[in-house]
Design a protein around this ligand. Sequence first.
Ligand code: HEC
Length: 196
Amino acid sequence: MKELKTQQIQPAKDIIWLICLLFIAVLLAVFVRSHIIKTAGGFERDLYFPFSNTNQLVIANPATPNLFRENGRYLYTTVCAPCHQTDGSGIAGQYPPLVGSEWVQANGSGRLIRVLLNGMQGEVEVAGAKYNNTMLPWKDLLSDSQIAAILTFIRSEWGNKSGDVSAENVKTIRDKESTRTEPWTAEELLQIQEFE
Ligand code: HEC
């Protein structure tokens, strides 16, 4: 009778062991998975910045020599194109164009950088047409070098032919206007010299 009892208990013990083993296996799998994700199989994630998937690479086409500008193209496509459109033509009456825009192509990039950092509101004339809308600020969302890359791109794309903007240019204006919270109006901007 006693023997029978232990024989009956045996399978239950096995199941407990099995569950323990399974539990350990799952824990190990979770640990190994998170370790692999963290170390990316020995590759540094940031090495490939700003690209993290094939689509981004296709859009940026990094076979072209100026990677900084191509980073700007990628950022423009994802961040600005929803309003200003992929071809920079804007939407009549709502979003002004960047193609042929005197704001984008100004010799000095001071006003343009301010527009990107703090946004723009109120009436503005762009390429002969009037707009009266609001663009929100980007200063908390984009770094100096990201803004510089975007501006370098839009100043030399779609037939625009203006010079590059550097991260230092952006930093200078960011520091100068650090206390400003409001978006700029065209009127205010026109009172600032292009190179200031
Ligand atoms: C949600 C829509 C929206 C997005 C996104 C947006 N803008 Fe604008 N942008 C506007 C509007 C609206 C104005 C005009 C504001 C006004 O009427 O005063 C403007 C004005 C401008 C101007 C000055 C006028 C001109 O056409 O030259 C520039 C330059 C500009 N945006 C660049 C950018 C860039 C670069 C990005 C991406 C970082 C961007 N914008 C993202 C809506 C947007």
